[in-house]
Design a protein around this ligand. Structure first.
Ligand SMILES: Cc1ncc(COP(=O)(O)O)c(C=O)c1O
Length: 395
């Protein structure tokens, strides 16, 4: 039997919409949100828009009552368009422009600043009612070094000492409502880690509270919940994590989480057609421009032969795209069934940081995106064309 995505044949989808094609299963997104809500019934969950910012997906997530985690003014605009409640959302920027800060100020979203100097700049633009600062606790975690965002070698957040000064300045400026934030890495599959970061930020919050006599209303532990990509990896047990956090969380502040990957990654599949077979190189029509994670981090994604996913894996094959870069490789020496020209491959777990990181390099209009809902499929983003590559150019 052909691979099914949300009860629809991957082959039918590939024929109808052509490839490369991103397909998302709505049911999986809803299920992941439900898991989060059940594990953290009292927390505020803000979806990290950067993971997948297709407006149909954003609307779906907003309808479930989640807030949004936005990195810049464009993501704030997307959150507004999708119908997220911006009072329940957070703006966590890195090196924001004045335009970003003005946008955040104008809509009253909780501002979470990466440095004291940004607060000083913000003061010239206006004062928000609420402020939060991002702490770098001096450690981080993450599946690849490129997605670790805590520790002295990373550009994110500030030390407890610097943050204390930032809160002092904010208090002196008249701000009365405070949050505190930490996001130290992505794709973490170690349940203990989430307890560790919660402990760390809670302690830092207590220290700052005592030193400058402020109360925190929000403690945000960021995103980072991992999902298993590789056969040997195990899913996180969210209930265990929540239980551990509950045991040590003594603060009266609202706990916030900003998951991105956890909500959307497993819903997505990238379908691609085999164009060329040369020795053990299997050339496909999707490239690193459609899905950059393998090239960028050496990330593993499961790959199935969509026309016969149960076929015996008798070969060792290297799956490569059409881009003029040797990093344009989805899998090296992977055990796969015999593959022929015209076959459809399904590159799985591509709902997060897949299309969102796509580019047009090397004459590659971005792929189309389709959402499967209750056995029906609909196009949620048209395939780009040559016109999309040049439309902003003057000629
Ligand atoms: C500030 C912030 N919050 C949340 C996330 C989401 O992380 P993840 O997709 O690992 O949950 C990110 C990802 O980079 C981030 O930078």
């Amino acid at each position: 039997m052909e691979l099914q995505i949300g009860n629809v044949s991957a082959i039918v989808l590939a024929k109808e919409y052509a490839t490369p094609l991103y397909v998302y299963d709505k049911q999986i997104i809803l299920q992941k949100i439900q898991e989060l809500k059940e594990a953290f019934p009292h927390a505020r969950i803000c979806y990290a828009i950067k993971a997948n910012s297709n407006l149909s997906i954003l609307k779906l997530i907003a309808q479930q009552g989640l807030g949004a985690d936005c990195s810049n003014r464009i993501e704030i605009e997307l959150a507004e368009k999708a119908g997220f409640d911006l009072k329940k959302s957070i703006f966590t920027s890195v090196n924001p422009s004045d335009a970003d800060l003005n946008k955040a100020l104008s809509i009253g979203i909780l501002m979470n600043l990466d440095d004291l100097s940004i607060f000083q700049r913000l003061k010239k633009l206006g004062l928000p009612k609420r402020i939060s600062f991002r702490i770098n606790p001096g450690f981080g975690a993450g599946k690849f070094s490129g997605i670790v965002c805590g520790g002295k070698d990373t550009k994110f957040g500030m030390s407890e000492e610097r943050a204390t000064e930032a809160y002092r300045l904010a208090k002196e400026s008249g701000i009365e409502h405070f949050g505190i934030h930490m996001m130290t890495g992505s794709c973490v599959l170690d349940e203990l880690y989430f307890e560790e970061i919660t402990k760390a930020i809670q302690t830092i919050a207590e220290n700052i509270s005592k030193k400058i006599e402020i109360q925190f209303e929000y403690i945000d532990i960021g995103g980072g919940l991992g999902i298993p990509y590789e056969p040997f990896e195990k899913s996180l047990n969210l209930k265990n994590i929540a239980e551990r956090i509950k045991r040590i969380y003594t603060s009266s502040a609202l706990l916030m989480l900003e998951p991105g990957r956890f909500i959307v990654a497993e819903s997505g599949t990238l379908l691609t057609t085999v164009t060329t077979i040369k020795d053990n190189f299997i050339g496909v029509d999707a490239g690193m421009t459609a899905l950059i994670r393998p090239a960028l981090y050496g990330a593993y994604h499961p790959i199935l032969l969509a026309n016969n996913p149960e076929a015996d894996k008798t070969e060792k094959l290297t799956i490569v795209g059409p881009i003029c870069e040797s990093t344009d490789c989805f899998a090296k020496d992977r055990s796969l069934p015999k593959i022929k020209e015209g076959d459809i491959l399904a590159i799985q777990i591509t709902g997060a940081y897949g299309f969102a990181m796509a580019s047009q390099f090397n004459g590659q209009p971005k792929p189309a995106e389709v959402l499967i809902s209750n056995g029906f499929h609909s196009l949620i983003r048209k395939r780009e064309t040559t016109e999309d590559l040049i439309k902003n150019e003057s000629n």
